[in-house]
Design a protein around this ligand. Sequence first.
Ligand code: HEM
Length: 397
Amino acid sequence: MMDLFSDDMRRNPYPVYDQMRSASPVFHLPPFDLWMIFDFEGVKRALVDHDAFSSDLSNAPGQGNPGEWFIFFDPPRHTKLRALISKAFTPRVVANLEPRIRELSRQLLDEVIERGEMDLAADFAVPLPMRVIAEMLGVPAADWPRYKRWSDVILKLANTFSRDEETARTFDEYGAVTAEMSAFLPDLIAQRRSAHQDDLLTRLVEAEVDGERLTQREILGFVQLLLVGGQETTANLINNAILCFLENPTQLARLRTAPNLLPSAIEEVLRYRSPLQWMPRVARVDVEMHGQVIPARKVVLPMIGSANRDPKQFRDAGRFDITRDPNPHIAFGHGIHACLGAPLARLEARIALADFLERIQGVKLASNEPWEPRKALQVHGPSRLPIRFTPSRRATA
Ligand code: HEM
């Protein structure tokens, strides 16, 4: 029996995915009454066919959505909110962040570079996206500790699959944080209304489509979604990139001689070790797939991480190849819910990894112990990644 939640499986689920994809691409997991889909075509269909598969988890008996986040809405409500949010979260907003992301990356590496060792996760990959989102929202530096506390509590929600005591405590904490944020947000919004600032919050307040604007509740939901969606995922993209490079030294050597391959290497990391391994759906009706019937109102897990290793879609799917072209992975989802933050995640990864590779050489894992997976179950990547390295001569100069 597959133990989805064991550390071994979460470090390396790929042999099990390969078996399931060929033996039983649609699989019912009885203890949790979950329906898992393992092949590329099936996963893609579950992500895009919203007549058959809903994003609203409250459509399954006994389930609910973690928050009022538009990622869990279906059309037409999702369509309206996505249009409004897209007006605020524009390519320009992302492009404008570039110099600041460079600065944040440089500062974080400055703090550790002379030590010759760091925990890549805690010292670099986790704080970078956290600070970028704070920056984008216009959270003043003085409010960072509060912001960090909010995002830690909201991130914990992602760990809550079972219904034990800890889950109940997490939901209580989340309730308290939501109340705190609801009390705090009107002040921030009022400040934006009285004095226009060049930040995302101002744009969210001002965004208008067909005479409609976002309500305060909808803005709060989006801010919370950014704290979850924008941090844990991007941190894992950076961690997983370094893991992939360490596991594949010839590919790393190639990248060092041809740094223009970095964007394509990042796409390959997204495919090979997808930061989000699944996004849940609920079957709206009985859905037939690969000769099985997924009954209506059941929770479905389209396994993105497995789809991205499907040999029917990717030649030599188990090989990490930074020059792979084409690379039509679905690590950012597909269809109406496709990741809104993908350009930002790619930009952050490009800046962080270019900075890292330029300033750091001779990287090695500092421990022989297998890495510990992050807590959030659908997330793939290490919670700590102690490494040793030599600062490159250019960086020291
Ligand atoms: C490597 C980093 C990231 C990965 C792998 C990732 C992955 C995904 C995936 C798979 C979805 C689709 C969800 C679904 O179909 O139900 C999604 C949606 C979304 N992501 Fe990301 N994401 C990343 C970074 C970001 C960032 C940096 C942000 C924002 C700053 C962000 C914001 C969102 C939002 C708002 C949605 C919801 C879109 C909708 O429902 O219409 N993500 N992401």
